[in-house]
Design a protein around this ligand. Structure first.
Ligand SMILES: Cc1ncc(C[n+]2csc(CCOP(=O)(O)OP(=O)(O)O)c2C)c(N)n1
Length: 697
C-alpha cells in the first residue's frame, strides 16, 4: 500500500474516530447540562428556606470552579499533584489495556516515562501546543494514553485498535496520530529531529524524550554536540533513566554515564526523580531559565505503577520491556490498583475542559506536488566545461537569494559539496553539523516539517550508508528533505573504494517516498536542483566530482538550455538512431554522446539519458527498443541496484526480448584518476564503443 493510499485510509479512519468521540462528548455534555438545569430548577422550586437556596448557589459555584493550570516557575498545589497522579494512573490503566488487547507492545518503558509525559502534556502541551518529539517511539502506549486523556484521540478506540491492522495506532508512534509531530522507532533519530524544531522555533520550547538504552546510540552524541554548538537553550530533553533496556540492565548491557556525557557537551543537566511531579515541575522551571540545552535526567523505574511489573523494574530486570501481561494478571490489576473511580473520572473530565490547544489534523502533503511559495528563479546555463557540484552550489545560492525557506547543511565537507558558496552569503542558513551525517539527515527531517526546504549534502558514500536509517525514517514520515550527494561513483577517483559510492542508488530505490535523480551535466543539475526545491518530497540527487563539457544537441548548442523543463520520470532522447539503444545516466551520458557522435557512420545509436532512476520513461524506452531491438546501459554504479536493474526490469515487464549489455561497475576499484578507473571498470568511452560495435554484429 503506498503512502497516499495508506495515509488517506488511516486519516479517514482517524477523522471518523474523532468525530465519533466529539459527538459522544457533546451528547454527554448536553445531557449533563439538562440534568443540572432540571435539578436546579426543581431544587429552587422546592426550596422554601434561605438555607436550601444557599446550597443551590454553592452547587452552581462549585460547578463553575476551574481547575488551575500552574505557571512555569510556580509550585504545584496539592490539587494539581492529585490530578497528575490520577491522570498517570488512568494512563497506566490504558497502557495495560492496550498491551493486553494486542498481546504485544512495550509496557515497561511506557510506564516509567508516564509521569513526565502526563506532566508535560497536562500543564504545557495542552495549553501552548509546543512541540514534543518522543524519540523512543516504542513507548507508544504511553503517548497514545496521554493523548487520549487530553481528548485528542478516543481512548476506547486506541485500547481496542492498538497495533491492529488498519488502525492509526501503530506499534511505534506515527504522524497519523493527532498530536504526534514525527513518527519514530529506530532509536536515536527523534532527538535529532527535535533539534530542527528547536532551531526554527527559538521563541518556543521544544521537548523531546529519549530512553537511556537509546542514549548508547552514536546519533545521540552527534545531537548533543549540535544542540550545544547552536545554543539550543529552548531544547528540553527528558531521559527516561530507568537503567533497564531490552535485554537487561544498562549496567550489564552497556554502561553509560549520561550526566557526565551531557555535561561534557556543555548541557545543563538536572537530575530529577521521574516519578515526583513537584520535583520535575521545579526542574522544568530551571530548564526554562537556561540558555543551554537542558537534560532532565529522570530517575525512573521500568513498569512503575503496575504492581506486577514494578518489582522487576526495581530489580533492574528487563522482563517488562517488551512483553504483554497475561490476561489474569492484567485483569486483576485493572480491577484493583489501576481501577479508576467515578470521582477520578469526573476529575479527569473537569481537567479536559481546561485543555486549550488542539492538535491540527495530521497533514500528508501530496508527493511531488508543487510548493507554490518557492520561487525557482532563472536557470543558470553554461557552455563551459564544469562539474555538477559547482552547478549545484550556484543553483542553491540563487534559490537561497529568492527564498528564505531554503537552508543547507553539511558534515565537514562544505567546500567539496559546494554548500560553502551559499554559506558565504547566508552563513546563518547553512548549518555545519560536523562529521555527523545521522544528525544531519534527521535534522533535515525536522526542519522540513517546520516550513524549511533543507538541502543536506555530503559524499554519496556517506549519505547512503551512514545515514540510510535516518533517510528511511524521513521517508516513512513522508518528509521533504533534499539530499544532494557529490563525489559519487568512480568519479571520486584517488580516494579509493571506500569513497567511491557505487551502491548508493540501491539504498534509496526501495524507499517509497524518496526519489532518486542523477543529472547528466551541470546544466541539467541546475534545472533539477530548482525542481526539487519546488516540489514536495524527499530526493536523493547523486553526482560525480570531475568536470566535463555540457551535453549538446547535434548542432552543438547546449541541450539543457533555458527552455528545457525538468519533468520527473521523463528521459531525454539526445540522439536518434536505428541500430542500438544506449541508455545512460550521470556523467556516463557524456561518454555515450561522444561515442554516438564518433561512430555514427558505422553504428546508428538511439541515445537516451535517464535522470529519474525510480521512474523509467517506459514510452521512450520501448519505442526506441522496438526500433533498434538492442540495448546497452551505462552507469557509474554497480549493476545490481541501479540503472541496469531498473531498465532491465522495465524491458522484461513490457514483454520485450532484446539482447542487453549492461555496462556497470562490477567490483571495487582501486585509487586512480577517474578516466583511468572508468577504463579499468569497463564503462569508459572505449568500452561503450566496443559494446556498440559488438551488439550489432
Ligand atoms: C536503532 C535501533 N536498534 C534497536 C532497536 C530495538 N529496540 C527497541 S527498544 C530497545 C531498547 C531501548 O532501551 P531504552 O532506551 O532503555 O528503553 P526502555 O527499555 O527503557 O523502554 C531496543 C534495542 C531499535 N528500535 N532501534
Amino acid at each position: 500500500m503506498n503512502w497516499e493510499k495508506r495515509s488517506s485510509r488511516l486519516l479517514n479512519l482517524n477523522i471518523k474516530a474523532r468525530k465519533h468521540d466529539t459527538g459522544n462528548k457533546t451528547q454527554i455534555y448536553t445531557l449533563c447540562c439538562v440534568l443540572c438545569s432540571v435539578s436546579c430548577f426543581l431544587l429552587i422550586c422546592l426550596s422554601k428556606s434561605l438555607f436550601t437556596a444557599k446550597l443551590v448557589l454553592l452547587f452552581i459555584i462549585n460547578l463553575e470552579t476551574k481547575m488551575e493550570i500552574p505557571k512555569i516557575g510556580e509550585s504545584l498545589t496539592e490539587e494539581q499533584v492529585v490530578l497528575l497522579k490520577v491522570l498517570s494512573k488512568s494512563c497506566r490503566n490504558s497502557i495495560v489495556n492496550m498491551v493486553l488487547n494486542s498481546q504485544s507492545g512495550h509496557p515497561g518503558g511506557a510506564c516509567s516515562a508516564m509521569d513526565y509525559l502526563a506532566l508535560v502534556y497536562a500543564f504545557i502541551v495542552s495549553q501552548t501546543g509546543e512541540d514534543i518529539i518522543v524519540s523512543n517511539g516504542h513507548i507508544s502506549p504511553a503517548v497514545y494514553a496521554v493523548l487520549a486523556e487530553m481528548g485528542y484521540i478516543d481512548r476506547e478506540d486506541v485500547i481496542k485498535n492498538f497495533r491492529q491492522l488498519g488502525s492509526i495506532f501503530e506499534g511505534h508512534i506515527t504522524r497519523h496520530v493527532p498530536g504526534v509531530v514525527y513518527g519514530t522507532g529506530p532509536l536515536g533519530v527523534g532527538v535529532s529531529v527535535a533539534t530542527g524544531y528547536a532551531l526554527t522555533k527559538p521563541d518556543k520550547k521544544v521537548f523531546a524524550v529519549v530512553g537511556d538504552g537509546e542514549s548508547q546510540e552514536g546519533q545521540v552524541y552527534e545531537m548533543m554536540n549540535f544542540a550545544n554548538k547552536y545554543k539550543l537553550g529552548n531544547y528540553i530533553l527528558f531521559m527516561d533513566y530507568n537503567r533497564v533496556q531490552l535485554t537487561g540492565s544498562l549496567e550489564e548491557t552497556m554502561p553509560i554515564d549520561p550526566k557526565a556525557i551531557f555535561e561534557a557537551a556543555n548541557w545543563n543537566v538536572i537530575e530529577v526523580d521521574g516519578h515526583d511531579f513537584e520535583e520535575m515541575w521545579h526542574a522544568l522551571g530551571e530548564a526554562y531559565k537556561s540558555d543551554k540545552p537542558t537534560l532532565l535526567l529522570g530517575k525512573t523505574i521500568m513498569g512503575k505503577g503496575v504492581s506486577f511489573m514494578e518489582p522487576d523494574g526495581q530489580a533492574m530486570k528487563s522482563t517488562w520491556h517488551g512483553i504483554p501481561p497475561k490476561p489474569e494478571q492484567a485483569e486483576e490489576e485493572l480491577a484493583g490498583p489501576l481501577k479508576i473511580t467515578d470521582e477520578e473520572k469526573t476529575m479527569l473530565e473537569e481537567f479536559r475542559k481546561e485543555v486549550k490547544w488542539q492538535p491540527p489534523e495530521p497533514k500528508v502533503t501530496e508527493q511531488l506536488s508543487v510548493l507554490e511559495n518557492i520561487d525557482i528563479g532563472k536557470p543558470n546555463i553554461t557552455t563551459e566545461n564544469g562539474d555538477c557540484r559547482g552547478a549545484y552550489g550556484n543553483a542553491l545560492l540563487d534559490l537561497a537569494k529568492h527564498n528564505s525557506e531554503i537552508v543547507a547543511m553539511t558534515a565537514d565537507l562544505g567546500g567539496s559539496v559546494k554548500t560553502a558558496v551559499m554559506k558565504k552569503e547566508f552563513p546563518e542558513r547553512v548549518y555545519e553539523v560536523g562529521i555527523a551525517e545521522q544528525q544531519m539527515i534527521s535534522l533535515a527531517g525536522g526542519l522540513s516539517f517546520c516550513g524549511k526546504v533543507p538541502f543536506a549534502s555530503t559524499f554519496g558514500a556517506f549519505t547512503s550508508s551512514r545515514a540510510k536509517d535516518q533517510a528511511r525514517v524521513n521517508d516513512i514520515n513522508a518528509a521533504n528533505v533534499k539530499m544532494v550527494s557529490t563525489h559519487c561513483g568512480l568519479s571520486v577517483g584517488e580516494d579509493g573504494p571506500t569513497h567511491q559510492a557505487i551502491d548508493d542508488m540501491g539504498s534509496f530505490l526501495g524507499m517509497f517516498n524518496t526519489y532518486v535523480l542523477e543529472p547528466s551535466d551541470p546544466n541539467q543539475t541546475d534545472h533539477i536542483i530548482r525542481y526539487i526545491a519546488s516540489h514536495y518530497g524527499n530526493f536523493y540527487v547523486r553526482m560525480g566530482r570531475h568536470k566535463f563539457d555540457p551535453i549538446t544537441k547535434e548542432d552543438g548548442s547546449v541541450f539543457y538550455d533555458e527552455n528545457y523543463k525538468y519533468e520527473y520520470g521523463k528521459a531525454d532522447l539526445l540522439r536518434e538512431g536505428e541500430q542500438v539503444t544506449v541508455v545512460a545516466c550521470g556523467s556516463m551520458v557524456k561518454f555515450a554522446l561522444n561515442v554516438a557522435d564518433k561512430i555514427k557512420d558505422d553504428v546508428s545509436v538511439d541515445l537516451i539519458a535517464v535522470s529519474s532512476l525510480k521512474k523509467i520513461d517506459t514510452d521512450l524506452l520501448i519505442t526506441s527498443l522496438e526500433k533498434t531491438g538492442r540495448l546497452i546501459t551505462v552507469e557509474d554504479h554497480n549493476a545490481l541496484s541501479g540503472l541496469a536493474t531498473q531498465v532491465n526490469s522495465t524491458v522484461a515487464q513490457e514483454g520485450l526480448s532484446v539482447p542487453i549489455n549492461n555496462l556497470a561497475v562490477r567490483e571495487y576499484q582501486l585509487s586512480g584518476k577517474p578516466m583511468e578507473l572508468y577504463a579499468e571498470a569497463g564503462i569508459g568511452e572505449d568500452a561503450i564503443e566496443k559494446a556498440c560495435r559488438a551488439i550489432i554484429n
